[in-house]
Design a protein around this ligand. Structure first.
Ligand SMILES: Nc1ncnc2c1ncn2[C@@H]1O[C@H](COP(=O)(O)OP(=O)(O)O)[C@@H](O)[C@H]1O
Ligand SMILES: O=P(O)(O)OC[C@H]1O[C@](O)(COP(=O)(O)O)[C@@H](O)[C@@H]1O
Ligand SMILES: [Mg+2]
Length: 522
């Protein structure tokens, strides 16, 4: 046993041997509290088998025992009382940009702390007895293979021997033609070179009971779900069922969403890669349009309800005249409409590049409805509809244009990820396994303010994150395009008419106190 620098307490009620130790006292009703295997089961912690140093020769078949001293241990483990501050800006005034209000209208929050991710010195599973299962669900996203690979590597580092890959999402629990695959380091060694998912993905879900029956039958003790909002909702439902059956199993999610629409997280894996690839499509549209007589380039990007890829790729490219996202309404026709503005751009510059998110302008399309196998709304094809409207408008206006429409969506999604995302996925995959060995369940892993955290799944799937049209980032985006508001002006409450036009009645904050502290305190 190595020292007692890392005490056994999970709830911060013991001092250990270090008088300087920080003991986190959770607030009443802590929204970031995590369910733990020991809440239901009598599971004594054991010393971690996770080591970052190998004492053996990797070429030898059987590595010699690892030599680790207390000093090494101190440096590789995260104490269970470590926390990450969720909101790091202290706002000085309610008029500050980016301010958020809670349900009661309060803007000065109590600090919220999320649990820091990472390996613990004490674990709640004997690796020899662990049977892990991994599934990837929903649509593709660059980096899925990196995460699968890293989960397998890290499980093996702890000493796990039984790892199952469930094929084609949740369907793989019931489809006899696609039984689980036994995974190991050798099998997954090179999968990160490719896009897609080595295990396959799907939408739609077999009955929950069948999934839980299979997990029980296969004696799974750690279940890793790599997926978006839908998959995490599924993961939580599976956790609840397993909990009712008192199964000794932990459920850990790894958020996959190319749309970057998960609450609280700095970003999700694959998003940077998607933006990079989307920017290439925009630049191609620009090249085509700038070489054509009255060239119009239209690019459709992914984003069912969140316009993040569209917004970021637009800023990254810098060659966009108009950006349309689901979060911002606009009119097509009339003095303030998109088409009149496009005409002006063509007349002035001979070129117009438009980038649209697939979920934009859905209120303008007819005959849309229904849901896909996962329950997601089926959208009308806004990109094609928009291109048709543009061609009609210019033809009626007798202005010749050369319009090119680019839909790179599946090319973007199928890509292997860039180097930043390769690294990001590795860290997420590792932390998912650390969370499982630490005994946490119904959790997901993500990065908040650049630090990796374990979070309760329900908190991240409350609602999809969307672009805030009042945010600094969206303002940066429309500053880059130079586009106007495509809505007729309205006399909203809070706006007052002045000789100079509509002005907000909200008073800016008073000038800050300046001068020496002594003169300020007089
Ligand atoms: N509310 C839910 N409860 C249980 N399972 C769900 C729920 N929503 C979606 N799922 C399942 O999760 C899987 C992935 O969902 P989907 O929305 O397609 O992708 P994503 O996980 O990327 O959001 C599907 O198999 C779907 O049936
Ligand atoms: O054509 P598919 O497979 O339904 O995927 C399209 C959808 O995938 C997404 O990129 C991401 O959706 P998921 O996170 O649910 O996989 C959406 O923006 C897009 O609408
Ligand atoms: Mg979804």
């Amino acid at each position: 046993m190595v020292g007692c620098f890392n005490c056994l307490c999970r709830r911060g009620n013991s001092g250990g041997s270090n008088p300087q130790a920080f003991h986190f006292t959770p607030p009443f009703n802590d929204p970031f509290a995590l369910p733990h295997l020991s809440d239901q089961h009598n599971v004594p912690p054991i010393e971690s088998t996770y080591r970052t140093k190998s004492g053996g020769n990797p070429i030898e078949e059987t590595a010699s025992p690892t030599r680790v001293d207390a000093d090494d241990m101190r440096r590789i483990y995260v104490h269970d009382d470590d926390r990450v501050l969720v909101k790091i800006v202290h706002f000085g005034h309610p008029s500050s940009v980016g301010i958020e209000y809670d349900e009661s209208g309060d803007w000065q929050f109590q600090p919220l702390w999320a649990r820091r991710a990472g390996p613990r010195a004490w674990i709640y599973f004997n690796p020899e007895q662990v049977r892990a299962a991994i599934v990837t669900c929903g649509g593709l996203c660059p980096g899925l293979n990196d995460v699968i690979r890293q989960v397998v590597f890290t499980l093996e580092t702890y000493g796990v021997k039984h790892i199952l890959g469930i094929q084609y999402g949740f369907k793989g629990f019931v489809d006899k033609n696609y039984p689980p695959i036994k995974l190991n380091r050798k099998l997954v060694q090179t999968i990160n070179m490719e896009g897609g998912s080595f295990l396959g993905v799907s939408r739609g879900c077999p009955p929950l009971k069948d999934i839980v029956d299979r997990l029980e039958e296969w004696n799974v003790s750690m279940f890793f779900v790599i997926g978006g909002n839908g998959s995490h909702a599924g993961a939580t439902a599976i956790y609840e069922q397993c909990d009712k059956r008192r199964m000794k199993m932990v459920v850990v999610g790894i958020p996959k969403t190319i749309d970057n629409d998960i609450e609280l997280l700095d970003k999700t894996f694959g998003f940077d890669t998607a933006v990079e690839e989307a920017q290439r499509a925009i630049n191609a549209a620009y090249t085509e349009a700038s070489s054509a007589y009255n060239g119009v380039g239209i690019v459709k990007l992914m984003g069912r309800q969140s316009g993040y890829i569209t917004m970021y790729a637009t800023i990254a490219s810098g060659q966009v005249d108009i950006v349309l996202i689901p979060e911002v309404t606009f009119t097509m026709n009339g003095k303030y409409g998109v088409l009149e503005y496009m005409k002006k751009r063509i007349e002035q510059n001979g070129i117009c590049v438009v980038v649209v998110a697939e979920g934009a302008g859905q209120d303008l399309l007819e005959g849309v409805g229904g849901t896909d196998a996962s329950g997601n709304p089926i959208l009308g094809d806004f990109g094609k509809w928009f291109t048709g409207k543009v061609k009609d408008f210019f033809s009626k206006a007798k202005v010749p244009i050369d319009a090119k429409y680019i839909d790179p969506t599946y090319m973007i999604r199928a890509r292997a990820c860039n180097s930043g995302d390769h690294i990001f996925c590795s860290i997420l995959g590792q932390n998912a396994v650390h969370g499982a060995f630490a005994g946490y369940t119904n959790i997901t892993v993500g990065v908040i303010n650049t630090h990796y955290c374990f979070l309760p799944i329900p908190i991240v799937i409350r609602k999809a994150r969307m672009v805030d049209p009042n945010s600094v980032m969206y303002h940066r985006c429309v500053t880059s395009t130079g586009q106007p508001d495509f809505n007729p002006p309205i006399h909203a409450p809070g706006l007052v008419a002045t000789p100079g036009g509509l002005k907000s009645s909200l008073q800016p904050h008073p000038p800050p106190a300046r001068g020496s502290r002594r003169s300020r305190n007089k």
